[in-house]
Design a protein. Structure first.
Length: 319
C-alpha cells in the first residue's frame, strides 16, 4: 500500500497477498500467503458463496492472514453479514494471526462510503489475532466496544472520519500486548469527531505498556495533537511516531519544538504537512539523530490576490 492515497495491500502480516481467481488451478500453500477474498462486480455469486468456496478449497486451519476486499457484487451492501460469516467460522481458523477488513480502493468504493459495522465481535471471536486493520468511516456505522484482548500486537484504523466513540473505546480497552497503534482521524464532514481528550488516556502511557509505535494521523486537529504530544508521557516509550497526513502547520511545529525531546525516536513521520521550510528544518535539527520524514508542504490553497484569505488545509484521506 502506498503511503498517501489508498491502494490494495500487496503484503500483509509479513506475507504476500494472494487473490484466488476462479479456475486458477493449483493454490499456494495455505500458510504461505495472506488470502484476499473479493467479489467481482457484476458476478452472480455473492460473498457468502465465495466464502463457502474458500472454506472448501483451502485448509483454513493453516491460514495465517486474511484480507477482505469488496464484498458486494452489484450494489453496495453493509459489511455486517461478512463479519457474521467470519465470526461464525472463527473456529475454522486456529492459526489466523492477521486480519484486514475492507481492502478497498477509491475506484471500487470511496472510503467514506464503506458501510462498516461494530467490529468488536471479530476480535472477541479471534483471541489469538495479533494484527488487525480496518478501513472505513464512522458515518457508515464503524464502531468498537471496549474489550480485553491479550494477543493483539498491531491495531490500525484507516478512516476518512473516525468516530470519537471508537477512539475512546480503543483507549478504554485492555490490550497488554499492543506494540503498534495507528489512528486516522479524518474529517468532520465524514464522521471524524474525535478530540484530543479522547486520546489522553493513550498519551498518558499507562494504557498500553508495550506500545512502541503510535500514529495519530490524518487529522484536522493535527496542531492540537502535536501540542498534546509535546508533553505526553507515552512518547518516552516510543520508537516511532507518526503525526502525518493531517493539517500540521507551524503552530503544531512550534509545539513540537517547545515540547519534550524526540531525538530518541528512530523516525518521526510528518509527511503531508503545512509547515514552512524553516520550521521543518528546525524540527529536523532538534530531533537528530531521529529521521524526520516530511518533504515539501502541501499546496497553499489561499487566493494569492486576497491578503486576508487564510490557506485551506486538508487531511490526506477524507472522502
Amino acid at each position: 500500500m502506498t503511503y498517501l492515497g489508498i491502494e490494495h495491500l500487496e503484503r500483509f502480516h509479513g506475507l504476500p497477498v494472494h487473490t484466488p481467481a476462479p479456475s486458477s488451478g493449483a493454490l499456494p500453500a495455505a500458510d504461505s500467503v495472506a488470502w484476499r477474498l473479493e467479489c467481482d462486480y457484476g458476478q452472480d455469486a455473492g460473498f457468502a458463496t465465495l466464502w463457502e468456496q474458500f472454506l472448501e478449497s483451502v485448509d483454513t486451519t493453516r491460514v495465517r492472514a486474511l484480507v477482505i476486499g469488496p464484498w458486494w457484487n452489484d450494489e453496495y451492501t453493509p459489511f455486517a453479514p461478512v463479519m457474521e460469516l467470519i465470526v461464525a467460522h472463527a473456529d475454522r481458523f486456529p492459526a489466523l494471526r492477521g486480519l484486514f477488513l475492507a481492502d478497498v480502493v477509491g475506484e471500487e468504493c470511496e472510503v467514506s462510503w464503506l458501510r462498516m459495522c461494530d467490529i468488536t465481535p471479530v476480535l472477541q471471536a479471534l483471541p489469538s489475532l495479533e494484527e488487525f486493520g480496518v478501513r472505513g468511516c464512522g458515518q457508515e456505522g464503524l464502531a468498537l466496544r471496549p474489550l480485553r484482548h491479550t494477543a493483539l500486537k498491531s491495531l490500525r484504523f484507516e478512516s476518512g472520519g473516525l468516530p470519537g466513540a471508537l477512539v475512546r473505546a480503543v483507549a478504554a480497552s485492555e490490550l497488554p500486548a499492543l506494540e503498534r497503534l495507528d489512528l486516522w482521524f479524518g474529517s468532520s464532514w465524514y464522521g471524524g469527531d474525535a478530540t484530543v481528550d479522547d486520546i489522553r488516556p493513550i498519551l498518558s502511557g499507562g494504557v498500553f505498556p508495550r506500545l512502541r509505535h503510535l500514529g495519530l494521523q490524518n487529522s484536522e486537529i493535527q496542531d492540537e495533537i502535536a501540542l498534546a504530544v509535546g508533553s505526553a508521557p507515552v512518547v518516552a516509550q516510543l520508537e516511532t511516531l507518526a503525526l502525518s497526513m493531517g493539517t500540521l502547520s507551524d503552530t503544531g511545529g512550534e509545539a513540537l519544538l517547545n515540547g519534550q525531546p524526540l531525538s530518541h525516536l528512530s523516525t518521526l513521520d510528518l509527511r503531508h504537512h503545512y509547515l514552512t521550510g524553516p520550521v521543518l528544518d528546525r524540527i529536523r535539527t532538534a530531533c537528530a539523530p531521529a529521521v524526520v520524514e516530511g518533504g515539501e508542504a502541501e499546496d497553499d490553497y489561499a487566493d494569492p490576490d486576497d491578503e486576508d484569505d487564510e490557506p485551506e488545509r486538508y487531511v490526506a484521506v477524507s472522502e
